[in-house]
Design a protein around this ligand. Structure first.
Ligand code: NOJ
Length: 702
């Protein structure tokens, strides 16, 4: 039910004003004059407009007949990173390595404060698609491959964005995207069709979005793609029956970019803008991002009696209710916290997130670096802030501007290592060697020369923005350019090599996992990613990241997500081992942890395990809880994550970790598409990664 104020407004609005309220205008692409015209017509929202331009648009909107304030949206998906002065966090994927709700929440809070200080209201974040196929271009934007971890981090970041009160000057509205199964498109082709059943959607893809609804997420975004050939934009079953009626979503739904236009131009399920607009409105999209033709079409449809005006009323109610919850009728511009954009406190929070994202995947003892007199830092990604940032910063959006200068503060891996080496009196030499994409700067000989005489080589490999993002799915995940050749040349020197993967996603690394002395996954760590890597290598902190995504051994091995179904004859490709290169949940530490005495009380559903730090350093362990349904009416995964806890332990210290589970944690979605718990035998697994050998197991009966 909308408030009296909203009902009053809806009664006063003309058909044209309602249609305009449902339109979202991209400022940069539309231009100033045209944007101001839209604002005066009562457009509901604008995206990607900052500062004085936004204020001017808002003034125009407030001077319109009803003076309904505009809602400003922006892709502040890893900090308010389209503003070059803002605090730039690690990507969602990197943040997910921390397996820490507080890290996600802090990132949300800082982002909200900075976005609000710029006068804006709404971020198109978090992204809750699952990365089950690393070829997809947008893996970096996700929290990884698992529904449980994704849902937990989603709820936390939404809490950070929205706070307890959307009307607070420092809160902004969140947007859970992209609804739904977008990451599951066939062949990992961005925005393409996903061949999944509704049962599977409910089982695997809805749960994180349900947590977003439960966290009070103000808006949802409709995916570009389709499920079994029905575009989500035109799917009332997904948007109305499931999202609103079943899941209880109360906010408004915005389409993704040009989704309405796409129904005609790309997906060919509508012959013209009128037909597309009819489908989109009936399906339950409340606001149309960058499909301005919707405005005239929808007015025409109502006038011709093809669409009931009540459909518009309902959408407008949803939009205005969010504006009301945000307090925009009283205070149209968010004020935030003046002076906070990019401030020291926020930079420290981003640095902490970067540190917590560092994931150690191999270490034969070379790390932390000690007794070295000279190190060589090699690799294009070791000194390239654009690569370190990755996607969705001022370098890439709203338009990529080649030649745009980076703004401090930031620290590349090279800079971080040079600084620490200098403090310790260690010589440090950098050579470019090669980047992920071949260029005239490539010089492998110079890199080998720089490495000669060093006590350790730090080789930074990965990908660059031209290899990922929207419209950039990869057919081949192997390290590109001359990176593998460079590794082989350096390996031949017989100097210890620490390989750092600075990338948007899991990549296939040839012989590196076997032959490198240590391997660190850093992904896109944001402004302070380089400092975090350097500190981890020198042992200034003990790395505690755990992979939120599995790494394939070869591209052809995808999908390799851990929660596979049983039943594959042979259980492996005949030309590869049956395991991924690195598994979900994996990550080493400079200390070791031992697990003992797993118990499960089937009456109270309480699991308990003892964890001890059996090494020589203090460390943070992530205790992971999985289960398997031994016999079920539909095929269920070999294991599913249902809980995790983090314990900080001093050397020798031991702790009994108790985890309260719920009956619903053991549920499945049956053939009738109902979520149920089927009684019988279950296996509970607790340990340090999703790998069987790392898990203690106990059976119990429900
Ligand atoms: C397209 C992307 O798919 C979506 O994630 C983003 O929020 C919108 N464009 C707005 O930039």
């Amino acid at each position: 039910m909308a408030s009296e104020r909203i009902e009053n407004l809806v009664r006063q609005m003309t058909l044209e004003e309602k249609a305009a309220q449902m339109v979202q205008i991209p400022y940069a692409q539309t231009g100033r004059e045209e944007s101001l015209r839209w604002a005066k017509m009562g457009a509901g929202s604008f995206l990607h407009v900052l500062g004085d331009d936004a204020r001017e648009v808002q003034r125009a909107a407030l001077s319109s007949r009803l003076g309904i304030p505009v809602l400003f949206g922006i892709d502040a998906v890893r900090g308010h990173a389209l503003n070059d002065r803002a605090t730039i966090f690690p990507t969602q994927l990197a943040c997910a390595c921390a397996w820490d709700r507080e890290i996600a929440k802090d990132m949300g809070k800082v982002t909200a404060r900075e976005v609000a200080t710029d006068g804006l209201h709404w971020t198109f974040s978090p992204l809750l698609c699952l990365s089950r196929d690393a070829r997809w271009g947008r893996v970096d934007e996700t929290f990884g491959e698992d529904p449980y971890l994704t849902g937990e981090l989603a709820a936390a970041i939404i809490e950070g964005y929205q706070g307890g009160d959307l009307a607070s000057p420092e809160s902004i509205a969140a947007c859970a995207k992209h609804f739904i199964a977008y990451g599951e498109a066939t062949g990992a082709r961005d925005a393409y069709d996903s061949s999944v059943s509704c049962r599977k959607v409910r089982e695997v893809f809805l749960p994180p979005f349900q947590k977003a609804v439960d966290a009070g997420c103000a808006t949802f975004m409709t995916a570009y793609g389709s499920i079994d050939c029905t575009p989500l934009t035109a799917d009332p079953h997904m948007l109305r029956d499931i999202l609103r009626d079943e899941m209880g979503f109360q906010g408004f739904v915005v389409t993704d970019w040009s989704n309405v236009t796409s129904l005609v131009r790309n997906q060919r399920v509508a012959k013209d803008a009128d037909e597309a607009s009819l489908l989109a409105a009936l399906a339950g999209n409340d606001m149309m991002m960058n499909s301005p033709e919707f405005y005239e079409s929808v007015i025409r449809l109502v006038k011709e009696g093809k669409l009931e005006e009540a459909v518009l009323d309902e959408a407008v109610r949803h939009i205005l209710t969010v504006k009301e919850r945000m307090g925009l009728f009283e205070q149209p511009e968010k004020t935030g916290k003046p002076g906070c954009i990019g401030c020291e406190e926020h930079q420290q929070i981003a640095l902490n997130a970067a540190r917590r994202s560092i994931t150690l995947l191999k270490n034969n003892g070379i790390l932390p670096l000690k007794k070295v007199k000279k190190i060589a830092v090699i690799g294009g990604n070791g000194d390239d802030i654009r690569a370190q940032y990755g996607d969705w910063t001022y370098f890439t959006h709203p338009e990529p501007i080649p030649g745009r200068q980076p703004v401090r503060p930031y620290t590349t891996v090279r800079e971080g290592l040079e600084k620490l080496a200098a403090e310790k009196g260690i010589a440090c030499e950098y050579a470019y060697g090669c980047g992920p994409v071949p260029s005239e700067k490539d010089d492998l000989d110079a890199a080998v020369k720089a490495a000669e005489g060093a006590d350790a080589v730090i080789l930074v490999v990965g990908d660059v923005v031209s290899q990922f993002g929207e419209n950039r799915d990869r057919a081949e995940l192997t390290l590109s350019g001359k990176q593998l050749e460079l590794f082989a040349l350096l390996r031949a020197l017989q100097i210890p090599i620490v390989t750092v993967l600075l990338s948007s996603k899991p990549l296939v690394m040839g012989t590196i996992p076997d032959e490198t002395d240590a391997l660190v996954a850093a992904f896109n760590g944001g402004a302070h990613g380089g400092q975090a890597v350097a500190e981890a290598l020198f042992g200034l902190f003990n790395p505690s990241g755990r992979l939120p995504i599995s790494f394939p051994r070869r591209t052809g091995q995808v999908p390799v997500y851990y929660n596979q179904l049983p039943g594959w004859h042979g259980g492996k490709y005949c030309d590869l081992p049956n395991t991924p290169q690195f598994v979900f949940g994996e990550g080493l530490s400079y200390t070791d942890f031992a697990y003992r005495d797993l118990t499960m009380d089937a009456e109270t559903l309480t699991a308990s395990v003892s964890v001890q730090n059996v090494g020589k350093e203090a460390g943070l362990e992530t205790v992971q809880v999985y289960f398997r349904d031994c016999v079920s009416s539909v095929i269920t995964p070999v294991k599913n994550l249902i809980a995790f806890r983090q314990v900080a332990l001093q050397p020798g210290e031991s702790q009994r970790v108790t985890i309260q589970l719920n009956r619903s944690d053991f549920s499945l979605v049956n053939r009738q598409e109902q979520r149920v718990v089927e009684e019988g035998e279950f296996t509970l697994m607790v340990g340090r990664s999703s790998r069987d050998e790392d898990l203690l197991m106990v059976n119990f009966t429900l």
